[in-house]
Design a protein around this ligand. Structure first.
Ligand code: FES
Length: 157
C-alpha cells in the first residue's frame, strides 16, 4: 500500500476524470486505476470520485462491493483464497484451513501485519475432483494437504 497525501490523490482522480470522462460509465475504469495503484479505494477516494461523477458515494461503494477485484479496505500484497465448497470440504479443507491460520497467525478475512497475505475463503474454483484447492493471486493449487499449503505460502514474497 502506498502512503499518499490526500491532495495528490485528489489530483490523480482529477486526471483520471479528464482521461475517462465524468459520466457514469467512467466509474469502473477510474476505480480500477485507483485500485491498481493503491491496492484499495479509500473513503476519501470514493468521495472524490463520487463528487466528480455527480453520483452518491454509496453508489461508488456498491460498485466496489460488487466486484471482487475492488477493495474498500487495504489488502495484502497477495490474496490467498481457499475453496470452501463441498467437494473441497469433504477432501479435507478444514485441516488445510487450520494449518494456514496457525502458520500465518491470522483468521480468514484478515491480513498479516506485514501486509504480505490476505486470507479469504472462496467458492468453487472448478477443480472439485482435485481438492482441497486454493488460489494464490492468479495461480490455482490443488490436492492440498496442510504441509503443502504451508510450503506454498512460505514461497510467497
Ligand atoms: S469444490 Fe472446491 S474447487 Fe470445486
Amino acid at each position: 500500500m502506498l502512503v499518499y497525501e490526500k491532495n495528490s490523490l485528489a489530483e490523480e482522480i482529477e486526471e483520471l476524470v479528464k482521461t475517462y470522462g465524468n459520466e457514469r460509465p467512467s466509474l469502473l475504469p477510474i476505480l480500477e486505476a485507483i485500485q491498481s495503484k493503491y491496492n484499495y479505494i479509500s473513503d476519501f477516494a470514493q468521495q472524490e470520485i463520487a463528487q466528480h461523477l455527480a453520483i452518491h458515494p454509496v453508489e461508488v461503494y456498491s460498485v466496489i462491493s460488487f466486484y471482487s477485484f475492488l477493495h474498500a479496505e487495504p489488502k495484502g500484497r497477495n490474496i490467498v483464497r481457499l475453496c470452501q465448497t463441498i467437494s473441497c470440504d469433504l477432501a479435507g479443507k478444514s485441516k488445510v484451513a487450520e494449518a494456514i491460520q496457525k502458520e500465518l497467525g491470522i483468521r480468514f478475512g484478515e491480513t498479516t501485519r506485514d501486509r504480505r497475505i490476505t486470507l479469504e475463503y472462496t467458492n468453487c474454483l472448478g477443480m472439485c475432483d482435485c481438492g482441497p484447492a486454493m488460489i494464490v493471486n492468479d495461480a490455482v493449487y490443488t490436492h492440498l494437504d496442510p504441509q503443502r499449503a504451508i510450503k506454498i505460502l512460505s514461497e510467497i514474497k
